[in-house]
Design a protein around this ligand. Structure first.
Ligand code: SAM
Length: 144
């Protein structure tokens, strides 16, 4: 598979921390640190209307952990495509899979350019971080 980010650097969108962003709100519900006051306030408002949201986010994340660990450890999978990655947090797919088998390769896909911008900043220098991230979407599998 061709990796679009291995080519020339492309401009990334500015990250406006004064406007709430759904990926950073999700990060807040997961207990992450990559969110800002605007995200926290919006997340709290959302949670007032839908109190289960933080528990749901953690349950989704736990499922990801169980699934990737099973696939790497029990099923012998060595290549993963993580569609709808969201912001990097603890136990990212490459960390889970490479904990089992360091040779695992992961492509992260998210259609939100802001997620890509955050991911590039947050994964720089991470040991064995995936060399590529992409803004491909599920419905239109062409790099944006
Ligand atoms: C709720 S977050 C999930 C984050 C992470 N997977 C987790 O388990 O914590 C959903 C993510 O899917 C992305 N997304 C939604 N529709 C998409 C599509 N058609 N193609 C790629 N990514 C998509 C959103 O931008 C968002 O970052």
């Amino acid at each position: 598979m061709m990796m679009p980010s291995s080519g020339p650097a492309r401009p990334t969108p500015d990250i406006d921390t004064s406007v709430p962003h759904s990926a950073r709100m999700w990060n807040y519900w997961l207990g992450g640190k990559d969110n800002y006051v605007a995200d926290q306030e919006a997340a709290e408002q959302f949670q007032a209307a839908f109190p289960q949201i933080a528990e749901n986010a953690r349950a989704f994340r736990a499922f990801l952990g169980r699934g990737v660990t099973y696939l790497a450890a029990e099923a012998g999978i060595r290549q993963f495509v993580d569609v709808g990655t969201g912001l990097p947090t603890e136990n990212n797919t490459h960390e889970l899979a490479q904990r089992v088998a360091p040779e695992c390769r992961i492509v992260y896909v998210d259609n939100d350019p802001l997620v890509l911008a955050h991911a590039r900043a947050l994964l720089v220098g991470a040991p064995r971080a995936p060399p590529t991230t992409s803004t491909w979407t599920c419905t239109n599998p062409r790099p944006s």
